[in-house]
Design a protein around this ligand. Structure first.
Ligand SMILES: [Zn+2]
Length: 234
């Protein structure tokens, strides 16, 4: 995710922020584990998570969040399921190891051919700075950056669109739409994500402790290239 010169983001989180109930909802539930390495204050993280959940709810996908504190060990848990996603919120010291371009706000980690992508990293200091620069609520912007990157895990690296949540660069219009609750996934993106979630749920039931896909299937849309480290412009 790259932000234009006039765009921004921000977020925060705490414990389990959302639980789902009912069988119908369970069909489209993704568990999101937040690894808060940037020491994002709990109220900011909670607000950001609330925004990300709201955005996905408009796509009829339920996200449940669990605060994993500053630990990353859960990311490497061999027992994680295809329905487990990880949001790694990084301080600038770690963000710079991935990209020194401060317009880059995050990325979705590439995986092997037969794996479901499961990790995104968010460059928190940059999100915060951009939000403050635009005079916007950093938590709300952070929530939308998280939603964008999680969108890549379900839509693929080449999922950018010319408008909406999956636009590569966010300018004033996107930021304004975000704080007004109008920056959302497009209907066709929602449908694709729902299909991907259903595939992950099925895989989780078949192999609940593995992220590997059945040999004959792939997590990516037909013809789509692998997830790239830094999608979009740098
Ligand atoms: Zn992107």
């Amino acid at each position: 995710m790259v932000v234009g010169s006039r765009v921004l983001l921000a977020a925060g989180a705490a414990c389990v922020l959302g639980l789902f109930s009912g069988r119908a909802a369970a069909e489209k539930v993704i568990k999101v584990h937040v690894c808060n390495l940037a020491d994002v204050p709990a109220p900011i993280l909670a607000k950001a998570i609330k925004e990300a959940r709201r955005v996905f709810a408009t796509a009829e996908i339920t996200l449940t969040f669990r605060d994993r504190g500053p630990s990353q060990k859960f990311i490497f848990d061999p027992h994680k399921a295809p329905t487990d996603l990880f949001v790694r919120i990084l301080p600038e010291s770690l963000s710079a190891r991935f990209s020194k371009d401060r317009t880059v706000l995050g990325f979705a980690q590439p995986v092997g051919e037969r794996e479901f992508p499961y990790v995104v990293s968010i460059f928190y200091a940059r999100v915060w700075a951009r939000a403050k620069e635009a005079g916007l609520n950093p938590a709300i912007i952070l929530g939308h950056v998280i939603a964008h990157e999680l969108g890549h895990l379900l839509l693929g690296a080449e999922a950018h669109s010319l408008r909406g949540m999956m636009r590569c660069r966010w300018f004033a219009d996107e930021l304004t739409a975000a704080v007004q609750g109008r920056l959302l996934f497009r209907p066709e993106e929602a449908e694709r994500m729902q299909a991907q979630v259903a595939e992950r749920v099925t895989a989780a039931r078949a192999k609940p402790t593995r992220t590997l896909l059945p040999a004959a299937t792939t997590n990516r849309p037909a013809g789509a290239p692998p997830v790239s480290l830094f999608h979009g412009e740098r």
